[in-house]
Design a protein around this ligand. Structure first.
Ligand code: NAD
Length: 493
């Protein structure tokens, strides 16, 4: 059956989702458009401090009424499994809503974003009764316990590029660990997360434990970060915003933060790869998936000189074979850019890099308007040096720079980045080179012979240096929503 759908009749949630209900509050209207054709969706309103205050009060009331953090872990797990079941039951609606309002293609949201959102919730449901504490070594007649406790109310702020999944990476472990959540989705892509929060409550999650407020970053996002009763902040977004959030969290009660930020990730390809076509496919997906709007996008190809030209020809053939189009058509293989502003930014950075001396092998321009949406041509830049804009700045678009090397050490030196350290991939059939590269590259995630995470939920995502700190997913992802309490018992007398 075709996955194509008519974008117009889809029901759009509206208002903030607070205390188990959609709530309209006064606030500046924010226009929301479909990235595929820039047609308006229902607008949202900037909730600001008032909406965050309402959400915090709802979270407090829910924690007091349910004692969620002390509810038996098996009971919490049961509720989260019901939530996951409901996400699966609403899979078609959620995958369409996600494709409609973001740059994600229906061919991806139907098999990845929506089912994996359910999978993340299920994965953390299973963790509810597995967060063991420790008994530390002590003298006789004393007992020293280290317990994992929830924070209470946690705040989360997420970006627009994978609205459901990046949110699930945060609310699912936070709820499983016994917290209540106040979350802001991106002002560009609010609808799918609002729908998801209402599905949670319909499935039996007590109202008030999962609240979603709408608004801009410097108003509503900042109100979450600064709220005195929110004890921890988990953020995914740009490095610049991460720095503001870290500062504000420090000034507002010294809140701990988890920061998943930007990247400039290398794909290192050695000449001994088994199959040029297969590696070209991985590299092409690495920088073109979601039109490069992926935090871990492989934006720098570091390739051994002997195979560089052949590999690049095979990658270019894939660039020419893209089918840009609306996200709601199964035939589309190449995503729109989220907004005109973002498309203009990509173009500005590319032009600046070319003006500084780089050369475009292919692309380097916006694609002509399709359905009024913004599309940017797959772009491969040669001659990018580390002094150039295209080396220093994250494009967050389908742009790849090429760097050639002869010796392993030279390749690893080129893979290093002075600022970012989010992810990297190494492509080789030589296990020694692969492991040496994985040791040497300063990045929070390294893949060998693939670029990008697989469907597993166990792989912790997060970066080094200006790409942030802390992890989403895996065991570390739930530990991020607990704090350790040490209890000392003296039973000598
Ligand atoms: P952004 O930093 O502009 O915005 C992210 C979120 O933060 C939005 O909801 C925004 O409203 C909010 N925000 C902005 N200013 C704020 C403030 N002062 N206080 C609180 N909240 C504020 O990022 P974006 O353009 O939405 O997303 C793209 C960026 O996200 C890229 O840099 C990308 O690399 C990064 N990203 C990282 C990961 C990861 O796991 N490391 C994943 C996805 C995206």
């Amino acid at each position: 059956m075709s996955l194509d759908f008519d974008p117009n009749p889809i029901a759009l949630p509206s208002g903030h989702y607070i205390g188990g209900a959609f709530v309209d509050l006064p606030g500046e209207a924010i226009e929301v458009v479909r990235p595929s054709d820039h047609q308006p969706m229902s607008p949202i309103h900037d909730g600001g401090k008032a909406a965050v205050e309402r959400a915090v009060e709802a979270a407090k009331a829910a924690l007091a009424a349910t004692r969620w953090g002390k509810v038996s872990p098996l009971e919490r797990a049961k509720v989260l499994h019901r939530f996951a079941n409901a996400v699966e039951a609403n899979g078609e609606y959620l995958s369409r809503l996600e494709a409609l309002g973001s740059s994600r293609l229906i061919s991806a949201t139907s098999v990845r974003d929506a089912p994996r959102t359910a999978g993340v919730i299920r994965y953390y449901a299973e963790y509810c009764d597995k967060l063991e504490g420790i008994v530390t070594a002590t003298d006789a007649d004393t007992l020293s316990l280290v317990k994992n406790e929830p924070y209470g109310i946690v705040g989360a702020v997420v970006p627009w590029n994978f609205p459901l999944i990046t949110a699930a990476w945060k609310f699912a472990p936070a709820l499983a660990a016994g917290n209540a959540v106040v979350m802001k989705t991106s002002e560009l892509t609010p609808h799918s997360l609002l729908a998801l929060a209402s599905i949670a409550v319909e499935a039996g999650l007590p109202a008030g434990l999962f609240n979603v407020v709408n608004g801009l970053g410097h108003t509503t996002g900042s109100a979450i970060v600064r709220h005195p009763d929110i004890r921890k902040i988990s953020f995914t977004g740009s490095t610049a915003t991460g720095a503001v959030i870290m500062t504000q969290a420090a000034q507002s009660g010294m809140k701990p933060v988890t920061l998943e930020l930007g990247g400039k990730s290398p794909m290192v390809v050695f000449a001994d790869i088994a199959d040029i076509e297969a590696t070209a496919a991985k590299v092409a997906t690495g920088f073109m998936d979601n039109a490069g709007q992926v935090c871990t996008a492989g934006s720098r190809l570091v390739v051994e000189r002997g195979i560089a030209d052949r590999l690049l020809e095979a990658i270019e053939a894939r660039c020419r074979a893209i089918r840009p189009g609306p996200t709601w058509s199964e035939a589309t293989t190449f995503a729109p850019i989220i907004s005109r502003r973002q498309a203009e930014r990509i173009d500005r950075l590319v032009r600046q890099t070319i003006a500084e001396g780089a050369e475009a092998r292919i692309g380097g321009t916006p694609l002509e308007a399709r359905n009024e949406g913004s599309f940017y041509a797959p772009t491969i830049l040669e001659g990018v040096t580390d002094a150039m804009t295209g080396f220093r700045e994250e494009f967050f678009g389908p742009v790849l720079s090429v760097h050639r090397f002869d010796e392993v050490e030279e390749g690893l030196a080129l893979a290093a980045h002075p600022t970012y350290g989010l992810a990297a991939s190494v492509h080789t059939t030589d296990i020694r080179k692969a492991l040496k590269a994985a040791d040497e590259i300063e990045a929070g995630m390294v893949w060998v012979n693939q670029h990008g995470r697989g469907p597993e939920f166990t792989f912790p995502a997060g970066g080094f240096k200006a790409s942030g700190f802390g992890k989403d997913m895996g065991r570390a992802g739930i530990e991020a929503f607990t704090r350790q309490k040490a209890v000392w018992v003296n039973y000598a007398q």
